[in-house]
Design a protein around this ligand. Structure first.
Ligand SMILES: [Zn+2]
Length: 266
């Protein structure tokens, strides 16, 4: 319904998907010189109005699929640019570190998607690290839900507290790490810990989060030394090493402090 360069269709879901797929492409190309998610120019295709009242969005390995939400809990899934950035980053991870979707490597996988989703949003809005809201999926919940967003990267565990949904279960520190067999070992839960580390590093450095901390996270994701089954400590150590190799001492120190603040490093 809307090819590259075509005019707005008038269908909100189509036009949001078009705009946010474009914003995601722009971050990865303009900032990291990555030509689409596979680094080889894969066309970004989205299907909207999937199913009926479908309450999710996903990357199916070849394209994006968006539901309209049920209108009770969820609005349409094209509404939030960072959700689209998040889903497409799963494709980037699949072609780079391919972090196993289980336990800590799975939580790192989820966290990296939140990080680059947030960076797509901040880059498209021209916000510095300190201007950003660091919320993931703002606008996704309807007004009937007591929620600010799906997740908070600055204050994991505070995004929602609602009679139907319950309370945001994300920990913000290793002492509260959740050991659970559910959710592939809590991949959407424990991602709060590395999310907060990124937030702390980016805001300590201020400026644009897609430079500095964002560049280090991107380089780490693409580094051959990052194993498929990397845990939080492995990832943290590699970010510090890469910051030391490619950046000035302030970047390295901010990242080191951030991992210590969330208890990943002693
Ligand atoms: Zn995800």
């Amino acid at each position: 319904v809307r090819a590259e360069g075509a005019r707005p269709s008038g269908d909100a879901a189509v036009d949001e998907a078009y705009a946010h797929l474009g914003s995601t492409y722009k971050l990865f190309w303009n900032v990291y010189k990555r030509h689409s998610i596979d680094a080889h120019g894969l066309p970004l295709i989205g299907t909207v109005h999937y199913g009926e009242d479908y309450e999710n969005a996903f990357w199916n390995g070849a394209q994006m699929v968006f539901g309209d939400g049920d209108g009770e809990i969820f609005n349409r899934f094209t509404i939030a640019v960072d959700i689209i950035g998040h889903e497409l980053t799963h494709g980037v991870i699949d072609t780079e570190a391919a972090l196993l979707y289980q336990g800590q490597s799975g939580a790192l996988n989820e966290s990296l998607c939140d990080v680059f989703g947030a960076l797509v949003k901040q880059y498209s809005l021209g916000q510095t690290a300190r201007q950003a809201d660091w919320l993931v999926g703002q606008g996704l919940f309807t007004e009937k839900v007591r929620a600010r967003a799906l997740r908070s990267m600055s204050e994991p565990g505070t995004a929602y507290d609602d009679p139907v949904l319950g309370k945001d279960p994300q920990p913000a520190h290793m002492r509260d790490y959740v050991d659970t067999p559910r959710d592939n070992g809590g991949v959407h839960i424990n991602s709060g810990i590395p999310n907060r580390a990124f937030y702390l590093a980016a805001t300590a450095l201020n400026g644009n989060a897609w430079q500095g901390a964002g560049q280090v996270w991107y380089d780490t994701l693409c580094d051959k030394r990052l194993r498929h089954d990397a845990g939080f400590k492995d990832f943290a150590g590699l970010t510090i090493q890469i910051a030391g190799e490619k950046h000035d001492a302030a970047v390295r120190r901010a990242i080191d402090d951030a991992w210590k603040a969330v208890g990943v490093l002693p």
